[in-house]
Design a protein around this ligand. Structure first.
Ligand SMILES: [Zn+2]
Length: 424
């Protein structure tokens, strides 16, 4: 399958390229980038005039809910939502049913994604058996089965000794540990950020320090064991500061944040909107500013969605008992493009955080349009304006706090291995 993507602004920080050019794809690989390339006979063309052409977006934190919870999402609907959002590769978290703590579940996901999916799927295995927090999972087996990282995402590894051994073992076999940084004792019965708004609403709060302490512990363990560590969904100014300081000391720590943490504050919870309930919770304006500064100065390496689909029945209940999480694959790109429009990030930095950096962190050969690379590309129309209508999204679930929001920017064409995955 050959394809010529014409006249787009090709942005590829992996090779310092940013210019209007054509990209020729042949046999699933990037064959040539240049001006006025001639399409060989019979080659399909994509008109990208006025659009950005970037290495396919990569989201290293997605919940696909398959196996076991397919009423919320499955590999087909989740990868379709990813492709619609401009993503060509995603890493999926292990809190499925059963959890990804063995070869069979990882293999099932990889095979189903390959045969029916709309993007590449790289599973993340568990750190501990059954995510029980007691016994280390067979990381070697998980890596062999194709897992790109291990995490008990959704739950912290409460036992520091176990986390230490996990970091040491993971370093030994070359697999990344992703930390869900949360101190459950401090979270208690909290359901939103602890602060002025929680007091006003009469809801139990989750203090920032619940995240900060866990971040500090895991950063210290990474430093002590000299192991790579990735902190998921950073939401507090304290975590940003701790990670910035650790990086300055040479600790091998990377991290991600999600679009909601630089877009919303806990004000969104007013009205007891369960679509604003997530974990970690939406914080305050100072945290949003710190997240943006962390993105700008490179402390925060990636933008990941933490796409967390839930059925209406799990959200259409009182705030205290509603499930945590929101869907994010189809709103991430426009919300992130806002960072460019407001001057927080350059377009090149955005491409790094949404494609190159996550690829490097999970160790997949993506995030580049160098000649010979796999032809995963995203064509973005930065001017496309659209309104978020949850019922029209590709995800099976509708739990977004951005319903009715006007968005600017959209993926108009997502190309996977040289083949158009969206729209198709
Ligand atoms: Zn998490």
């Amino acid at each position: 399958m050959n394809l010529l993507i014409k006249n787009g602004r090709v942005i590829d920080p992996s090779q310092g390229f940013d210019d209007v050019a054509d990209v020729l794809v042949e046999a699933g690989l990037v064959k040539e980038i240049g001006k006025s390339l001639k399409a060989p006979a019979g080659v399909a063309t994509v008109d990208a005039a006025g659009k950005y052409v970037v290495p396919g977006l990569v989201d290293m934190h997605v919940h696909l809910r398959d196996p076991g919870l397919e009423y919320k999402e499955d590999i087909v609907s989740g990868t379709r939502a990813a492709a619609a959002g401009g993503f060509t590769s995603i890493a999926c978290m292990p809190n499925t049913k059963p959890v990804i703590d063995n070869k069979a579940v990882a293999g099932y996901i990889i095979n189903k994604a390959k045969s029916e999916g709309f993007c590449n799927v790289f599973p993340v295995g568990c750190i501990t058996y059954g995510m029980g927090g007691e016994r280390m999972a067979e990381m070697g087996e998980l890596k062999e089965a194709g897992c790109v990282a291990v995490s008990d995402d959704g739950r912290p590894v409460a036992n520091a000794e176990l986390m230490r051994r996990a970091l040491e073992y993971a370093r030994g076999i070359g697999i990344l540990v992703i930390s869900h940084a949360e101190d459950l004792a401090l979270v208690g019965e909290g359901v939103m950020n602890e602060g002025f708004t929680s007091t006003e609403l009469g809801l139990k709060g989750i203090p920032r320090v619940a995240e900060d302490i866990a971040t500090a512990r895991d950063v210290m363990l990474a430093e002590y064991t000299n192991s790579p560590l990735h902190i998921a969904h950073v939401s507090t100014r304290g975590s940003v500061r701790l990670i910035r300081e650790a990086k300055a000391r040479g600790v091998k720590v990377t991290c991600e944040t999600a679009p909601h943490y630089f877009t919303l504050t806990d004000d969104a919870v007013r009205g007891y909107d369960t679509n604003a309930k997530m974990n970690p919770p939406l914080r305050e304006a100072d945290d949003v500013a710190a997240i943006k500064e962390g993105l700008r100065d490179g402390t925060i390496d990636c933008i990941a969605t933490d796409h967390a689909p839930h059925h209406l029945d799990e959200k259409d209940v009182e705030f205290n008992v509603a499930a945590n999480g929101i869907i994010g694959l189809e709103t991430s790109l426009p919300l992130s493009l806002k960072l460019v429009e407001e001057g927080t990030l350059t377009l090149n930095q955005l491409v790094e955080k949404m494609s190159i950096n996550p690829s490097k962190i999970i160790g997949i050969s993506r995030g580049s349009l160098k000649i010979g690379s796999v032809a995963d590309l995203t064509v973005i129309d930065p001017t496309a304006e659209w309104t978020v209508e949850p019922e029209k999204l590709a995800s099976k679930s509708r739990n977004t706090p951005f319903a009715g929001w006007r968005m600017k920017g959209a993926a108009t064409c997502t190309i996977l291995g040289g083949v158009v995955a969206f729209p198709r």
